[in-house]
Design a protein around this ligand. Structure first.
Ligand SMILES: [Fe+2]
Length: 272
């Protein structure tokens, strides 16, 4: 586990659902995902300084190819900051692990000052919905047990790809984390979990659930319209989230979106 003493507040940048392809010309619903990610990364460079950690919360690629992951690594490297990634439903965790070998990218815990960042794999290969399998629940339980006795950690932020709370649109009912309730029961055993950070449903959310602050973050490409019955793309621009974690456990967070650009997509598509 990496353990670092850094600034207060700690600064985290979350980028999610980049959906890259091996070919940089690859498009998702007619949107070029390589191009939109580059716009988002430029925005991060303009807005943020002294980032402690970049969290990439899954759907790193659309085609799970080595080349797509390498494209992602090349783009993120230009931020010159530590980063961690976790797989989403479009990823292949085995490929990601192989590509990250010898680096800290797939490390599952990072301590920054008195905060512990915990990264979970909620992906099921070939399935859209997610689940924290027995191994992940066991891992989370053992980390949280250790944290309860660890005076150097006062607060935890847990991150995964899938939404542990049902999405805001009817069509999203079956695509979230299958065992969201088990997840919240597990984190309830800890007095130190303050926040859950995820992606997957391509929209901005900031709310409290079971006493924990939950953040969902827009994709760096297509956006899903919230609170609708059927699948529908939202005409809002790609973006990222910044999180400032304070020593007293409080959190400030904002979403920033690319402005001044119009990104084409198939806005009438019935699904993705
Ligand atoms: Fe996604």
């Amino acid at each position: 586990m990496t353990s670092l003493i850094t600034q207060n507040p700690i600064k985290i940048t979350q980028i999610t659902d980049t959906h890259l392809y091996g070919k940089s010309s690859g498009t998702l619903l007619e949107m070029n995902t390589n191009e939109t990610l580059n716009h988002v990364i430029e925005l991060v460079k303009q807005n943020e300084n002294e980032i402690d950690l970049v969290l990439a919360t899954g759907d790193i690629t659309q085609d799970a190819s080595d080349k797509a992951y390498q494209n992602f690594l090349d783009i993120v490297a230009t931020l010159n900051t530590p980063f961690r990634w976790i797989p989403g439903n479009h990823d292949n965790a085995t490929v990601m692990g192989r590509i990250a070998e010898g680096t800290e990218a797939s490390e599952k815990t990072v301590q920054l000052n008195n905060w512990l960042i915990i990264l979970l794999d909620s992906s099921i290969l070939g399935q859209v919905h997610g689940k924290l399998d027995k191994t992940e629940i066991k891992f989370l339980t053992s980390v949280l047990r250790a944290v309860e006795k660890d005076d150097s950690v006062d607060h935890c932020l847990v991150s995964m790809h899938h939404n542990p709370v049902p999405g805001t649109s009817a069509w999203m009912r079956d695509i979230g984390l299958e065992n969201g309730q088990e997840f919240f029961e597990t984190i309830k055993m800890s007095s130190k979990v303050r926040s859950v950070v995820y992606g997957h449903i391509h929209q901005e959310l900031d709310f409290e659930h079971e006493g924990v602050r939950c953040f969902c973050t827009p994709s760096t490409c297509i956006q899903f319209k919230p609170k609708v019955t059927s699948f529908s793309l939202d005409r809002v621009n790609p973006g990222y989230r910044s999180l400032q974690l304070y020593a007293d456990g409080s959190i400030d967070s904002e979403v920033s979106r690319v402005s001044g650009e119009i990104f084409e997509a198939d806005y009438n598509s019935p699904g993705y």
